[in-house]
Ligand binder design. Structure first.
Ligand code: CDP
Length: 789
């Protein structure tokens, strides 16, 4: 299905590749980021961090630091303890230190904060603080963390006797075991989806501005979820007078969030405490290494994956067992019902009877997290597991992996489809996506070429990933963060001259909301998108919402915008009927005006109708032209994709070259094709990252071995292949504009396509699996072990 634009280019509704409205200021260097904020009398904060992964703090000596010119204060956990501000809740209802009073739990943990009149003085002060530690042997390996001899890390939790956080399971265990016991073919792999970091260009930071006179806090900060943060601040600091009406959170322009700017970091809370105690604004901006070493990480799932099937390629069952390394606290932002997020989408795009999945979360001496890095709460891990196992199964029975997928896809007639783990997939046409990708890349031709190359001993691989995503958290019956339901909101105000401002509870970090939300409203009301100003990120003005992450903005706030606009169109219809002296039923709508059925010359434009709402509205009708909607989605949306990757590998060095990568995405109806393409390009690069480059590595003492961008390999344009993109369109039947989210699909879908391609290239030598990131060294080593070189 192709998408037709219903509005003219001048209106710029759905389907127009309108240039991004926000880019004017970004391209001219006029973006307004947290570090651009400078307030009168503003102080600067820097943070002393632990060099050890696990140690007792014996003494913090601030004397020399306080003598550094410009240093005003050194704040420790003991200082915060006096106000009961030394601990705070995480978004997963666990607890986290703001500053430690006794023990540090991971390398680079905050130990003390320096407040000074300049950033330089704060850094000098930081260097002058002397901390005495008693170093202890940390728990780094999550498998060893469960050993009875391992020290219990969370001694702050009364009665805790081990390092286990939670157990979760879903599916039919007995039935799955029975299917596995009698299946002709069972394949099994142990895989690790490594710990990675979002490494956004802008690090985290804030300016906490507490006014003693007004007992009011304005918090400028890099957050993806301003309202949720306001509520958390009120929960943490309400007892010292910072109740929710006294707190305003402003999230200005953000230079990339990707999930890493959802958690509440100790730095924010310390800056608030410092501003509260000193009565001046306090700025805190992380440096690059702090960002990489101490902020919440993503992934770190150890998965035992199994698939059972017939000899001729029918999947019968899957089984997944996960060990989730959460570091020293569970600070991910999963809905409380789903501690593994949406991992249970791991049944994938395939129609088979039964599955059983279980997960255990573990404390270790590493930074906290499990953030949804451009991933709807653990979908990346799930998709990697199912897509790798699908290829593993195809390899085992000697069947083409594309054909195996065709033979197992959920047929398009079967939607809405009930998955064995309880999801109801809204719509999909997986076969169409894979066919399109195969045609685009010439799959048959590539397989022929591969056969020829194999005969010559050359390594060429073709990898497929046909994934189903799950985004748009979420329906209030199931989805919440800290008990707050995951609806989202839009408020539209149209001014008398027909120009509008609309405010949202979400917060763009580069996704282009100022353009696409305007396009949704333009589609519904016929007011040109150019004339619709979009505002996000100010809790004093925007309606309450849960923020932007996990590709939820289009499914939730985008829907809210459409519904709010429709409320206004209903009002416009009433005014049109009054002005044209006909009944409402006699009116017809075309984008931008109502006209009388059969008499199109009798019409009123939306601008005339809005003006009348302020100047000449029917008696008894409320004046003005404003609407708000809080959208509680009836279901999630289930985007999908068919990705095919071709790699060439140098046998002698293990060097991998991604020769081609075709990505066909399906995100339902598209609001702005150019923005979607940009989202896909960026996401694919963030997909090649964990597949081939990125992984945070710790030694046995908990030292992070690649905590700078010198060692942590973030791919650039140089490493990125020429992404070839396209789409199919399967609208979401329940979403008001038929759209599904797209932001995270490429990051989710790309790693298994790349891993499958590499393993495909190596499979003639008996290699069945390699953990990501698949580096040249790993490839070379595997070939060496198999005697291939
Ligand atoms: O929540 P987030 O904005 O990160 O993700 P999203 O809802 O997938 O949207 C990412 C960007 O793509 C936004 O600007 C959307 O409006 C746009 N988009 C689109 O134009 N059409 C779609 N069907 C989905 C998203």
């Amino acid at each position: 299905m192709t998408q037709v634009c219903k509005t003219s280019k001048a209106i710029g509704g759905m389907g127009h590749s309108m240039k991004r409205k926000e880019d004017g200021r970004f391209l001219q260097g006029k973006g307004n980021y947290v570090d651009d904020i400078k307030l009168d009398g503003m102080l600067y904060m820097d943070i002393v961090r632990s060099p050890y992964a696990y140690a007792k703090i014996k003494k913090i000596d601030s004397e020399a630091a306080l003598k550094v010119p410009g240093v005003l204060a050194v704040i420790t956990g003991r200082d915060l303890e006096q106000y009961n501000l030394h601990w705070m809740p995480t978004l997963m209802s666990d607890t986290q230190m703001v500053l430690p009073t006794d023990t540090v739990m991971y390398q680079a943990q905050e130990v003390a904060a320096i407040i000074a009149t300049s950033r330089y003085a704060a850094r000098d002060g930081r260097e002058a603080v002397r901390v005495e530690y008693e170093v202890m042997k940390p728990v780094i390996d999550p498998f060893k963390a469960l050993d009875p001899s391992a020290p219990v890390l969370r001694t702050d939790k009364p009665g805790k006797t081990d390092n286990h956080i939670w157990h979760w399971e879903v599916g039919d265990k007995a039935r799955t075991e029975a299917v596995f016991a009698s299946a002709d073919v069972v394949v099994k792999e142990q895989m690790h989806i490594p710990r990675i970091h979002v490494a956004s260009i802008e690090t985290c930071g804030c300016v906490a501005d507490y006014s003693k006179v007004n007992n009011h806090l304005t918090m400028y900060m890099t957050t993806q979820a301003p309202h949720a943060i306001r509520t958390v601040i009120a929960l943490v600091a309400g007892h010292v007078g910072l109740t929710e009406e006294k707190v305003r959170v402003i999230s200005p322009d953000i230079g990339g969030g990707f999930g890493g700017k959802v958690p509440v970091y100790p730095g924010y809370v310390i800056a608030i405490a410092a501003s509260f105690l000193i009565g001046k604004p306090v700025k805190w901006i992380e440096d690059r290494s702090e960002n990489l070493q101490a902020d919440s990480f993503a992934r770190d799932y150890h998965i035992t994956a199994e698939m059972a099937g017939t000899k001729d390629g029918k999947i019968l069952a899957t089984r997944f067992k996960v060990l989730a390394d959460h570091g020293y606290t569970d600070a991910s932002a999963n809905p409380s019902k789903f501690p593994t997020g949406m991992f249970s989408i791991a049944t994938g795009s395939y129609d088979y009877g039964t599955t059983f999945m279980e997960a255990d979360a573990i404390y270790t001496n590493k930074p906290p997290g499990g953030v949804a890095y451009r991933c709807s709460f653990r979908v990346t891990e799930a998709v990697h597991a199912i897509e790798r196992m699908t290829d593993r199964y195809a390899l085992e029975i000697g069947k083409d992996p594309a054909q195996l997928r065709f033979d197992n896809f959920i047929p398009k007639e079967a939607f809405p489809w009930h998955s064995p783990t309880g999801w109801i997939y809204d719509s999909g046409d997986y076969e169409a996506g894979l066919r399109k990708a195969m045609d685009a890349i010439d799959y048959e031709g590539l397989r022929k070429e591969q056969t020829e190359k194999r005969a010559k001993g050359e390594l060429m691989g073709i990898g497929i990933s046909t994934f189903t995503e799950v985004v748009g958290a979420g329906p209030s019956k199931d989805f919440d963060i800290l008990g707050i339901k995951m609806f989202d909101s839009a408020e539209i105000r149209v001014h008398p001259t027909g120009k509008a401002i609309a405010r949202f509870g979400t917060k763009s970090q580069g996704q282009g909301h100022e353009t696409t939300y305007a396009q949704i409203i333009a589609e519904e009301l016929g007011i040109p998108a150019e004339n619709i100003q979009i505002e996000e990120g100010d809790t004093d003005t925007a309606p309450y919402g849960l923020g932007t992450y996990a590709s939820r903005s289009t499914p939730t706030a985008g829907a809210a915008a459409a519904v709010a606009a429709r409320k206004l169109r209903d009002k416009a219809r009433k005014i049109a009927a009054y002005l044209l002296e006909v009944s409402e039923d006699d009116l017809e709508w075309e984008p931008g005006k109502f006209f009388v059925k059969g008499a199109p010359e009798k019409s009123k434009t939306i601008q005339e109708l809005v003006f009348a709402a302020y100047t000449n509205h029917p008696q008894g009708m409320e004046a003005g032209f404003e609407a708000t909607h809080y959208y509680d989605p009836p279901n999630l949306t289930f985007p999908s994709g068919a990705y095919i990757c071709v790699v060439d590998i140098d046998k002698e060095t293990g060097e991998i070259k991604v020769r081609r990568f075709v990505a066909i995405d399906d995100c339902g109806n598209i609001i702005n094709p150019m923005i979607v393409q940009g989202q896909v390009h960026g996401g694919l690069t963030q997909g090649i990252a964990p597949a081939m480059y990125e992984s945070l590595i710790y030694d046995d003492d908990g030292n992070i071995l690649n905590g700078t961008l010198m060692d942590y390999l973030v791919p650039t344009a140089v490493e990125s292949p020429n992404w070839e993109t396209g789409h199919t369109i399967t609208p979401s039947p329940h979403h008001p504009i038929g759209a599904k989210g797209v932001g995270e699909s490429p990051t989710v879908g790309a790693p298994p396509a790349i891993a499958n391609a590499i393993v495909d290239a190596l499979s003639p030598y008996g290699i069945t699996h390699l953990d990501i990131p698949i580096t040249p060294f790993k490839v070379w080593k595997a070939l060496k072990e198999k005697g291939a070189i």
